[in-house]
Design a protein around this ligand. Structure first.
Ligand SMILES: NC(=O)c1ccc[n+]([C@@H]2O[C@H](COP(=O)([O-])OP(=O)(O)OC[C@H]3O[C@@H](n4cnc5c(N)ncnc54)[C@H](OP(=O)(O)O)[C@@H]3O)[C@@H](O)[C@H]2O)c1
Length: 285
């Protein structure tokens, strides 16, 4: 199959590489060609040119503005006929953003699924992403085998927008958990506890998690090499709070968390891994 990747950053480049490994012909596009992670597949000059070549197009760009630009911009996907083509959006955006994208793609003759995911950089590299799907279920069933070549599980939520909601809630909870660990470990250190013993005891505690497994070792070493950037988590927390406001759900903890993330962004740490909130708490302590 001919597959196109729009946005060859941390995730898009790895998805493309895995599809190439699975035997597909892959082409990509990145706004800044020099930023494209060593993707191992050719880059085209515009999203519209990817649409000419590819039957399935996966979008993995930063945020809602980027999504509008790659679909509705001058040389965007919807500037050409998308008849016979499927556009999947894996970027984390709000439900309304995916509904707008779906409309633009359908008006250009194509089909659309939202496909936000979890699994981070290592999950993307190992083809072990977990997808949340929103859209037409028969279309999802057609695309599922393809998604399972770069992932390990798909959850179908319902119409376009439902998977975006699920993803925002997941990331809101994850962000709060990260902050709780950052504050907890700052306290562990200041209290002079044996950190290794605490970590072993934490592993036996109900609050231990996959996130703890992924982040604690690196956090304690001050290794904030980016798997999932603070700027993207900051965006996701903002989108989750916007959705909570729309639905009139009180999220006082997350509102306070957003202020902490904003401090991290203002410190210039947006490109680092979101575990960098630990550095922030230590600095303030
Ligand atoms: N990394 C993770 O663990 C993870 C996990 C779940 C979900 N996500 C989501 O997946 C998406 C991609 O994440 P990532 O980690 O791969 O991010 P990334 O490495 O920062 O890549 C972002 C991509 O978006 C492009 N972009 C940014 N603004 C744009 C614009 N206005 N127009 C066109 N392209 C634009 C960037 O192009 P340039 O190179 O030109 O800047 C780059 O290709 C994000 O929505 C993120 O929230 C990531």
């Amino acid at each position: 199959m001919n597959i196109g990747i729009i946005g060859c950053g941390i995730i898009g480049s790895r998805m493309g590489r895995n599809w190439k490994k699975a035997g597909h012909r892959v082409v990509g596009w990145n706004r800044t060609p020099a930023h494209a992670e060593n993707s191992g597949f050719p880059l085209m000059a515009a999203p519209a040119l990817v649409a000419h070549t590819a039957e399935v197009i996966m979008i993995t760009v930063a945020d809602p503005a980027a999504l509008v630009s790659v679909i509705e911009g001058p040389a965007g996907l919807a500037s050409v006929s998308l008849r016979g083509k499927v556009v999947l959006n894996a970027s984390t955006v709000g439900p309304g953003d995916n509904q707008r994208a779906a409309k633009a793609v359908r008006e250009a003759g194509g089909e659309f699924l939202e496909a936000p995911f979890t699994g981070s950089k290592d999950g993307a590299a190992a083809a072990k992403l977990v997808f949340y799907i929103g859209g037409d279920e028969p279309l999802f069933r057609r695309m599922e085998p393809l998604l399972m070549q770069i992932g390990k599980q798909c959850f179908f939520f319902g119409p376009v927008g439902t998977a975006a909601d699920a993803k925002l809630v997941m990331n809101m909870m994850l962000a709060n958990l990260m902050e709780a660990m950052a504050e907890g470990f700052a306290l562990v250190k200041k209290a002079g506890l044996n950190v290794a013993t605490f970590v072993e005891a934490y592993k036996m505690n109900a609050g231990y998690s996959v996130l703890a497994d992924m982040k604690i070792g690196k956090m304690l070493e001050g290794d904030y090499a980016t798997h999932f950037s603070l700027k993207h988590m900051d965006k996701d927390v903002r989108l989750a709070l916007e959705r909570a406001a729309e639905l009139k759900v009180a999220c006082p903890l997350t509102e306070r968390l957003k202020e902490v993330f904003t401090e991290g962004m203002e410190a210039g740490w947006g490109e680092e891994d979101f575990a960098v909130v630990y550095r922030l708490i230590q600095k303030k302590s």
